[in-house]
Design a protein around this ligand. Sequence first.
Ligand code: NAP
Length: 419
Amino acid sequence: MLHIAIIGSGPAGCYLADQLLRLMPDASIDVLERLPVPFGLVRYGVAPDHQGTKAVTRVLDRVISRDRVYFFGNIEVGRDLLLGELTLLYDVVVLATGATRDRRLGIAGEELPGVIGSGAFTSWYNGHPDAAMPFLREVLSVVVIGNGNVALDVARMLAKDGAEFAGSDLSPEVTSTLAAQTIEAIHIIGRRSAADAKFTEHELAELGTLSRAQPTVADPAGLTGPSQVIETLRRFASAAKQDKPVSINFHFNLTPAAFVGEGRLCAVQFRAADGSTCALPAQLAVTCIGYESRPCCSVVPDHGVFQNEEGKISDRLYAVGWAKRGPSGTIPTNRAEAQQLAQKIAREVTDLNRPGTEGLRTLLKERGLQWVDYSGWRRIEAAELGAAPQQRCRQKSCSLQQMLQAAQMEQLRTVVEGT
Ligand code: NAP
């Protein structure tokens, strides 16, 4: 039997497990995940009001529930065991660790309070246990840097009325923080033209449906070209002014030059194509400019991505998803990519008689480490669904302790009770 370890349980890791199961009837697959809960970016990146997109977890859940798949939640490679140890235990190891670090602009003032990356911001509104509360009090003007779908998610989450989160899994804490915010203007900034924007039309058009916000375009004369995105922006630009408390302003051809403020952000400076500069007031700036992978033990990404040849990093070590190709594509992109990588692995790998799952269990037990298995995850899921408040589809556990308690892990119960 071939033993395969996949590090990361987001869509890339789960789709790969699915494809490997189909292709290799003699393979056993362990999916390791640093959090007690699976599904990575679907749970913590996809916006809480896009439950239709999050519904893909049902497909991913079926994969990790299969007989030849074992989920090891709450186990972090690099903290609990080393990548080198995994490669001794398994015939194949795959990094499906995503890209979890916000790319940086590298301009003055990026450390100021009030400047935050989209990864940190989306983690917060999705209830990630590591996420810190962003600075939202007394914010009147927000600058959102980037012209991708994440920028639209961030703007929409800040602009929505509380009632528009019905059916989402927004936590009570985030709900009350958003309800108390005082934002009047959201500026979405692209460094290139509107024709170069990476928005998808459906996500862009959604901004035109919000009850308390109206999208506008700062320079409608720049809206040239035949695309659906341009058409939607033209519609925004030509719409009559409505009596709504929030404006969402699209600006193009502005390159961020500096974040300005004394002890806290108060403006963002930009350079225009003709070399002139301008500034927009902002007490909050969210940079939505992409993500980088973090190192996995001795394997270090280059320019944010693990160097690989069609998914192969080195002998018996592969990468998939954002760890392989960088932060691009939609969730279904991972399915197609997983199919190709599974075929490559099936062609290249031979059974080296590694101990696989049993070896991992022994190692973790020796270290006194408890993992959340699939049934533990189902207990967390049941607790979250059972606790869903009115108008919400679930009450996410937002701390590790809550998750581990819900998973009913004996050792942690003792720790929790003892504290
Ligand atoms: P993205 O689509 O690659 O957009 C990143 C934006 O940041 C681009 O406009 C890029 O401009 C800009 N940028 C990069 N470096 C910059 C710099 N130094 N200064 C100024 N601007 C800079 O990335 P994303 O929005 O983070 O989304 C990641 C992936 O997830 C995408 O594939 C996206 O479609 C997907 N996603 C999908 C959905 C959905 O379908 N609902 C929702 C969220 C995310 P340039 O074009 O000039 O490089």
